[in-house]
Write a protein that binds this ligand. Structure first.
Ligand code: UTP
Length: 289
């Protein structure tokens, strides 16, 4: 079974849930404390063994490309002021992994964004990490858990968790048979169903390992829910010829494209940061008295 090296991170969406700031700042560049969210996601990919990343961007997202480029002028300022810690950090951002970019010229949906990676992927299985989903797991990154599941079972693997019944209409929902503690064999997927339509509350949450055969389905360009080309629809079509599994990953997931999800992430990450956690804890304690 081939080793998984490549990941696609789509970041071309408009981010309408986070307007007005997303009018000129990509949501992926909004920081959790002092690091843009896209960096947390790329670090998860690197820690999971990914060596090549394709960012699917749009013409409004140039700041993401700049962020991962070299910044020689800044490096020489930090060098002459002997701020070596900061210098290493800045250099590492542009050197940690091979990143290439492709533009999605029209925002036709997630499936269409992933289709832009057809040439990049070639004939290998690959990963997808959504650019607005952060998953925290101190011991084993979410994507690594999915890759290990892929190595054991083959097929494609969808990262899932149970969500509240009233939230099923925000997600792709899995209908499947449980084959072990955390793994389901997927029979069907339904994109953003109503509570009545949803067969389960098991939701796909922004992490995938996908067979390259998906591109044969994506190229048919069928528009689905909300008039968008949905990745979920093509994965459903894949099930007729290949196994698809859903893996219940361990970790706390934050939807940073949503205001509440973003604020939860900011609070939790500040409480995990050794340099500021005591101050924040005291502050929150005072506020909640
Ligand atoms: P979302 O629906 O969560 O992101 O898409 P969005 O469209 O940017 O946000 P809202 O709903 O308007 O607030 C999930 C992921 O797919 C990407 C988004 O950037 C996000 O990472 N995406 C979505 C694309 O790259 N292209 C698209 O056409 C649609």
């Amino acid at each position: 079974m081939s080793v998984i090296r490549k990941a696609i991170i789509p970041v071309a969406g408009f981010g309408t849930r986070f307007l007005p700031v997303t009018k000129s700042i990509p949501k992926e560049m909004i920081p959790i404390i002092d690091k843009p969210t896209i960096q947390y996601i790329i670090e998860e990919a690197v820690e999971s063994g990914i060596t090549d990343i394709l960012l699917v961007t749009s013409k409004y997202k140039k700041s993401i490309e700049d962020y991962f480029d070299n910044f020689k002028e800044l490096e020489s300022v930090l060098e002459s002021s002997k701020n070596y810690e900061m210098l290493d950090m800045i250099k590492n951002i542009s050197n940690m992994v091979n990143i290439t970019f492709v533009r999605q010229k029209e925002q036709k949906g997630l499936g269409h964004a992933i289709y832009q990676g057809k040439t990049f992927v070639g004939n290998e299985p690959f990963c997808v990490l959504l650019g607005d989903d952060i998953v925290y797991n101190r011991d084993k990154p979410c994507l690594k858990q999915l890759i290990e599941c892929y190595e054991e079972y083959g097929g494609s693997v969808l990262g899932v968790q149970e969500v509240k019944h009233e939230d099923v209409s925000k997600y792709g929902i899995v209908d499947g048979n449980k084959i072990s503690e955390n793994i389901y064999r997927v029979n069907n997927l339904i994109e953003k169903p109503s509570m009545e339509e949803a067969p389960t509350n098991i939701a796909i949450l922004g992490r995938y390992v996908i067979s390259c055969k998906i591109f044969e389905h994506l190229e048919k360009e069928n528009y689905g829910k909300n008039g968008e080309i949905q990745l979920t629809d093509s994965i459903t079509n894949l099930i007729s010829t290949e196994e698809v599994y859903a893996y219940k990953f361990q970790g706390t997931r934050y939807d940073i494209g949503d205001k509440v999800g973003y604020l939860k992430a900011t609070i939790d990450y500040s409480l995990r940061d050794d340099k500021i956690k005591h101050i924040i804890k005291d502050y929150l304690g005072e506020k909640l008295k």
